[in-house]
Design a binder for this molecule. Structure first.
Ligand SMILES: C[S@@+](CC[C@H](N)C(=O)[O-])C[C@H]1O[C@@H](n2cnc3c(N)ncnc32)[C@H](O)[C@@H]1O
Length: 337
């Protein structure tokens, strides 16, 4: 979470504590009023002698622990007139109304914009390229970003970042308090990416992206740990025809995430029975096989996104020349807490 969001949350917690403390004082004033009316503690000094008993009864109430001035109210009780107790109670009601108003203002004006992620604004950013907007037509980035849950300040690994279409969207979402590690193997850079990374890297929005040129089965330097999120979009199938130990890769991805962190995988669907045999020819992979491989590393399945599903796709043609939109699955996994 960003420093901005943390300070907003701290303000809300402080206000809630103040509100609870004022409420606690009112409970006490009510009780003192009750004792006064019932003449139980009218004799000066009686309450002080019973103070320990009184406070131990109250100390079990969490609200009262917050409010040390209560001790002085109890100790000074014999000097408080009934009128003073009532006045203090009225002041507290006003105080609580004011705090409630402040809470509303802080939540609305300070904290909410920090918590809510405006994915639509990210996708609509005027400095995105025309090429990326063309890719948007088959990727549905608004739904995809929403499904990832990427947030400002997160530390993210983007596997096989390639031309960095996804990396740039993630970089915009995490902002300057976050970081995106964009991974590619040297082989893929040489064969496919070429200068695409360097060209895109010149955009100001890419300044917090760290280019990581490493093999897929050892994708991060060992000191990069506790990631919030890993994205592996439309590239797991490529692992099936390169020299990649996929079981080791999945174990490394698992180790790199913090407990509770998420792995998001999207890929082009292959027919049942095709397994990993069509990775190179059709650029597809059988969903069930991929699921088994990922789950073997310890990831727990959380949800699937069905917004890029296309049952009309016969899944027997290479994705680049498919006559229909390509049937694609999106899976969300979590490293258990
Ligand atoms: C390896 S994949 C994924 C890379 C990266 N992880 C991402 O999310 O953008 C991207 C490659 O597929 C290529 N591609 C081109 N047309 C495509 C299509 N119709 N369907 C899928 N991929 C296509 C893109 O040009 C790009 O080189």
């Amino acid at each position: 979470m960003s420093a901005h969001a943390i300070s907003a949350q701290a303000k809300i917690i402080a206000l809630e504590k103040t509100s609870a403390a004022v409420r606690a004082e009112n409970f006490l004033l009510d009780d003192l009023g009750f004792y006064r009316e019932n003449s139980m503690f009218l004799k000066r000094g009686c309450l002080t002698r019973n103070r320990d008993k009184f406070m131990s009864a109250y100390s079990s109430k969490p609200d009262l622990k917050l409010y040390s001035p209560l001790i002085s109210i109890v100790e000074n009780y014999p000097r408080y007139s009934a009128g003073k107790l009532a006045r203090r109670r009225r002041e507290n009601i006003m105080k609580r109304a004011f705090i409630a108003l402040l809470l509303t203002v802080v939540a609305a004006a300070v904290s909410l914009p920090a918590f809510a992620q405006d994915y639509a604004a990210i996708v609509a950013a005027p400095d995105r390229s025309d090429a990326d907007r063309t890719t948007d037509k088959r990727r549905d980035p608004l739904k995809l970003l929403t499904f990832t849950g990427v947030r400002e300040g997160m530390r993210v690994l983007d596997m096989e970042a390639n031309a960095r279409y996804t990396t740039e969207l993630l970089a915009r979402a995490v902002g300057s308090n976050g970081v995106v590690y964009a991974q590619d193997s040297a082989e893929v850079i040489e064969r496919q990416v070429k200068d695409k990374f360097d060209i895109r890297a010149q955009k100001p929005v890419m300044k917090d992206v760290i280019h990581v040129i490493r093999n897929y089965d050892d994708p991060l330097p060992p000191d990069v740990r506790n990631l919030d999120l890993i994205t592996f979009f439309f590239a797991y199938h490529d692992m099936t025809y390169m020299q990649v130990d996929r079981a080791e890769m999945n174990r490394k991805l698992f180790a790199a995430l913090k407990p509770g962190g998420y792995l998001l995988i999207a890929d082009h669907s292959a027919r049942t029975g095709d397994g990993v045999s069509v990775g190179k020819t059709l650029h597809r992979i059988e969903e069930g096989v991929l699921r088994k491989e990922v789950e073997a590393a310890g990831f727990k399945f959380v949800a699937e996104g069905n917004f890029l599903r296309h049952p009309e796709d016969m899944r027997d043609v290479i994705v680049f020349r498919a006559p229909t939109p390509v049937d694609e699955f999106i899976l969300k996994y979590q490293k258990p807490q």
